[in-house]
Design a binder for this molecule. Structure first.
Ligand SMILES: Nc1nc2c(c(=O)[nH]1)N[C@H]1C(S)=C(S)[C@@H](COP(=O)(O)OP(=O)(O)OC[C@H]3O[C@@H](n4cnc5c(N)ncnc54)[C@H](O)[C@@H]3O)O[C@H]1N2
Ligand code: MOO
Length: 396
């Protein structure tokens, strides 16, 4: 068993994902929210597609006063303004007639019978075709996550459907006979803190996830059956929790052998979370083995599953922003140390209650500061941050 350095493990997980990127599919615009562009978004028309009035007023030609010869509303096709000394009433969003020299705002005009007078502003009060983008121009690259803003942009430049990478389908299997699924923990028994938690993280990383399954009985047969069942149910990725070590009832490794899996990563030189693994199964499917200790499971999720899912969705590899530490964080010898931090006044501070079996520190953290192997990070040092995949507003 060769352990992989943490940054190499992240890169290997991303490569594995890109090698099995989800096939592109065309979906109606409203269904694309949260998915990923499979091809660049190229505008199908000039934006705007026609000269468009920015104001309500009068489209005028030649010197004042102008005789009113018509009216053009948004949606109309405007006939040309043929003669000097004429104007048409024009609405915001309406097509500007050819021959228009100025648009005079209604509130800055004087109307007397069928004559209009006033001083137009010097700058054009309309948008010219192609001002925002020219037909055929690339607006967004492939790999862009589709947000409501992207959907709006696609609609404005003519799309009914977009080509996207569908969400990877993930399943969560919880291992551990000691786990309770309701009520308070008691003697020898702990509450399952991963089944209720992991699906939410996976969704924030772009996966589609059903209800967690488990606790799966601590036998090899039950493990193999549960994993097979999850893949047969259509999962591209199965996340298991617990059983990653080689204790008397840790059956994950033997189950992987029985299923013909090959390791992408088998243990990582990181603390906490080192027994994490990522395995590839035939057909471009994956199993992520998250350690049973709850914080370690989340470390595995952000270390291996996040880059894998980015690759499967055709997204760029997640980049790590840099943070400045407000307090020192010791290293963990030859391992990468991922230390939970909260951000306060622009500085990152380690939080208490960060044992690998604990979630109290994690629940109030923004992410993990990365302390490189063989180093200690001093107060004021700039280090990479692996953000927890929180939504805006969830980060404290
Ligand atoms: N001899 C050694 N033993 C262990 C080592 C080691 O190096 N040598 N490493 C420890 C580390 S590090 C971790 S992490 C764990 C990983 O163990 P497993 O992935 O095999 O997980 P389990 O043994 O099933 O459980 C570990 C721990 O976590 C609790 N647990 C499990 N699942 C859940 C859950 N869904 N919700 C809440 N808590 C859970 C479980 O009760 C155990 O306390 O191995 C160490 N051992
Ligand atoms: O991965 Mo274990 O301590 O690293 O929880």
């Amino acid at each position: 068993m060769t352990s992989t350095p943490w940054d190499e493990a992240r890169a290997a997980a991303y490569r594995a994902g890109t090698g099995a990127v989800r096939p592109a599919a065309s979906v109606p615009l409203p269904d694309a929210d949260g998915l990923t562009l499979a091809s660049p978004l190229v505008t199908l028309t000039d934006l705007p597609a026609f000269p468009t009035s920015s104001v309500d007023g009068w489209a005028v030609r030649g010197p004042a006063p102008w005789r009113i010869v018509g009216r053009v509303l948004a949606g109309d096709t405007a006939p040309p303004l043929g003669a000097d000394g004429t104007c048409v009433e024009i609405a915001t969003g309406a097509m500007v007639p050819a021959g228009t020299e100025h648009i005079l705002r209604v509130e800055e005009s004087q109307v007397d019978g069928d004559l209009v007078a006033g001083q137009p502003r010097p700058n054009p009060e309309w948008r010219t075709p192609g001002e925002e983008a020219s037909r055929g121009e690339e607006l967004l690259p492939a790999g862009t996550p589709v947000t409501p803003g992207v959907i709006g942009l696609a609609a404005s430049c003519g799309y009914d459907e977009v080509s996207v990478r569908p969400a990877p389908r993930a399943a969560v299997l919880v291992f551990g006979d000691e786990l309770l699924t309701s009520g308070p923990p008691g003697v020898g028994r702990v509450r399952d803190a991963l089944g209720p938690q992991i699906p939410g993280w996976l969704r924030r990383l772009g996966a589609e996830v059903g209800a967690p399954v488990g606790p799966v009985k601590d036998t090899l047969d039950a493990h193999v059956d549960a994993i097979r069942g999850a893949f047969d149910g259509g999962a591209d990725l199965v996340c298991t929790t617990g059983g990653t070590m080689h204790g008397p009832v840790d059956h994950l490794h033997p189950a992987l052998a029985e299923l013909g899996a090959s390791y992408v990563v088998n243990t990582v030189e990181v603390r906490p979370g080192f027994p994490m693994l990522l395995a590839a199964l035939p057909g471009g499917r994956f199993l992520a083995g998250l350690p049973g200790n709850p914080q370690s499971a989340v470390v595995a999720l952000i270390s291996l599953v996040a880059p894998l899912l980015a690759g499967l969705q055709g997204r760029p590899a997640p980049e790590l922003p840099s943070v400045t530490l407000g307090a020192p964080i010791p290293g963990r010898g030859s391992y990468t140390h991922l230390a939970l931090v909260r951000i306060d006044g622009g500085l990152a501070y380690p939080v208490p209650h960060v044992g690998s079996a604990m979630l109290r520190g994690l629940a109030r953290s923004a992410g993990f500061a990365v302390v490189a192997p063989g180093t200690n990070a001093a107060e004021g040092a700039a280090v990479p941050l692996v953000p927890l995949p929180l939504l805006d507003g969830e980060r404290q």
